[in-house]
Design a protein around this ligand. Structure first.
Ligand code: UGY
Ligand code: MN
Length: 245
């Protein structure tokens, strides 16, 4: 309950910081017994959609859109995934990449939360579209960013031109920071999984913490410095491997 009218949420033409106190829940087609919080969407100016699903036990999720690929990352609970004639069980930090036009069904075994990214797939002449990917974030190899051991990056999807999106985690030791103010054509959707610090977006600096969402439009200047006594970590989407012409 807000008695002050204050929030850290801020929406600008080239970025948005969205904090949990401002989240609004609503149903979405394809999801039953599930409430969805749409964080990032074309309405904001993005070329993809990022939302959290809060599933009740027995709640389910299917894809209702043609040519749209989906990446789902489990934040809590236990979720079944039926795809390509097989059943999988996903728990926290398990994830699934579902190529466009792949029939599938999530079913929550317990109360569960997932963050979902969706984007129309842009085919690449001469390249087969990617296949299904299932993974567990802690088991993915970590590599230092530009030689900085205090900043580890995990690529959750294969680094292959058939993919037109990437989803990574970035883990910062206390005091670690992005080595430069990045300004690039790719756009981002980000969820703080752990810790926090200060995020520069455009011409503003924001205190950020676990649970916050950030949208960065193409060319939004961006920088992050981690604070606190433990590691800070975020999940980050970007569009990759395609010409925009
Ligand atoms: O992959 C990236 O562009 C990433 N380093 N950006 C970011 O963390 N804001
Ligand atoms: Mn970036």
């Amino acid at each position: 309950m807000s008695l002050t009218g204050f929030t850290r949420t801020h929406v600008a033409p080239d970025h948005a910081l969205l904090t949990p106190d401002t989240f609004i829940r609503a149903p979405l087609p394809g999801w039953t017994n599930t409430l969805c919080i749409v964080h990032i969407s074309p309405e904001l100016g993005a070329r993809f959609k990022m939302y959290t699903v809060e599933m009740q036990p027995g709640g389910s999720g299917e894809m209702t859109l043609l040519d749209v690929q989906r990446f789902a990352y489990v934040l809590s609970g236990r979720v079944g995934l039926e795809v390509a004639g097989a059943q999988h069980t996903l728990e926290a930090h398990h994830y699934a990449y579902l190529p466009a036009n792949t029939p599938h069904r999530f079913t929550a075994h317990t109360e569960s939360r997932m963050v979902v990214f969706e984007k129309p797939y842009q085919a690449l002449a001469g390249a087969e579209p990617p296949g299904l990917v299932l993974g567990f974030e802690p088991e993915v190899a970590a590599n230092p960013l530009m030689g900085d051991e205090a900043l580890q990056v995990r690529l959750l999807l294969p680094d292959h031109p058939s993919f037109d999106l990437a989803v990574n985690t970035m883990t910062f030791e206390p005091g670690a920071h992005l080595p430069m103010v990045e300004t690039h054509v790719m756009e981002h959707g980000l969820l703080f999984l752990q810790g926090g610090g200060v995020y520069r977006l455009g011409e503003r600096w924001y205190p950020v913490q676990t649970g916050d969402i950030i949208w960065m439009a193409s060319y939004c200047p961006q920088w992050f410095g981690a604070l606190g006594k433990g590691p800070s970590k975020y999940l980050i989407y970007k569009d990759v491997n395609r010409h925009s012409l």
